[in-house]
Ligand binder design. Sequence first.
Ligand code: NAP
Length: 377
Amino acid sequence: MSHPYVLLSAAVSLDGYLDDTGPDRLLLSGPEDFDRVDEVRASVDAILVGAGTIRADNPRLLVNAPERRAARVAGGRPAYPLKVTVSGSGDLDPAAHFWHTGGAKVLYTTDAGAERARAHGIAADVVPLGTGLDWRRLLTHLYDAYDVRRLMVEGGGLVHTQLLTQGLADELQLVLAPLFVGDPDAARLFGPGAYQGGRLRLLETRPVGDVVLVRYEPTAPGTGPLPVAADHHWLALACELAERCPPSETAFSVGAVVVAADGTELARGHSREGGDPAVHAEEAALAKVDPADPRLPAATVYSSLEPCARRASRPAPCTRLILDAGVRRVVTAWREPETFVAGADGSGALAAEGAVVVLLPEHEEAAAAPNRHLTGR
Ligand SMILES: NC(=O)c1ccc[n+]([C@@H]2O[C@H](COP(=O)([O-])OP(=O)(O)OC[C@H]3O[C@@H](n4cnc5c(N)ncnc54)[C@H](OP(=O)(O)O)[C@@H]3O)[C@@H](O)[C@H]2O)c1
């Protein structure tokens, strides 16, 4: 169930519009920013737009700089990223530039849409996904069938809104353009939807000509067994914290983060933190949260190694501490090997008391890295 890294890219007016309602595409970026977009395109494996954007803008979605295409080829990649579009209806213009420029193309659609697209003679791989279009299936298919590891999504609003509200966007790259549209019928960047409650994390701001690029990362954990993009980011942080542990020959190096449902970090910790040779990462992190904090029951604990179910050094293992804190969702990268405890099954102990445990093996290597001297791997 691996997905590509998904970055949403858009330019917006000061009043939040993607376009006006005129017949031509509204140019929001300036030349410097079009060049920046070209550079980002050159860095990804695939570019996706919705069928609405093909209809409205008739875009080519190319890497324009020859030296960037040459660098891709020199690196063993096709000159152009794969072009991807989504359409429920399959009602697409076979003469649109999208199909006749650049490299390989793929259309994700419904079963009925696939029939219509084939009847139109659409020049692309046509992948039907059943009666509806499921974004997780689409992303998994892109990863598995087309080796897409980085996906740039260039709109429009409907596509951006779905990917963000479904927790599938890793990063937003927004360019704020110094002009107004002021027309309520124009396309907005984000429509109504169930967005995360709290604040996103600012990654970067950069003036590019007369526009400003802002890069944000969603922060809200998932709510059940299905991982969202922010789960990967927090677990990656837990793995980084594991690198900070004082070395030990008798205990694992582990990092942990406790995150509220709205994406607020409540606490972080790592093994043997603060000169305590026995403290575990989850224990160190939870000790920093007020046990009466009302955010704990909906919080997620991220731990690079699954929480311990048995330990000799302290009366309560971390699974007990987590359950007693009221936390009911744990995301981890690595099942505990039998190095110190036979049959350690912290995930089983948590699940037995109703907690959801999400294992993200994509991070196992990072979680295991500071423990190589213990496991030999
Ligand atoms: N400023 C910028 O950076 C920028 C970038 C891109 C686009 N834009 C603007 O954005 C506007 C277009 O945005 P938009 O929101 O109207 O369209 P869109 O997001 O580009 O595409 C929407 C279409 O994609 C298909 N689709 C999306 N999600 C689907 C799902 N879950 N199931 C089935 N089909 C799905 C549907 O196609 P079917 O109708 O075929 O079923 C839907 O009508 C244009 O005005 C364009 O200029 C601006």
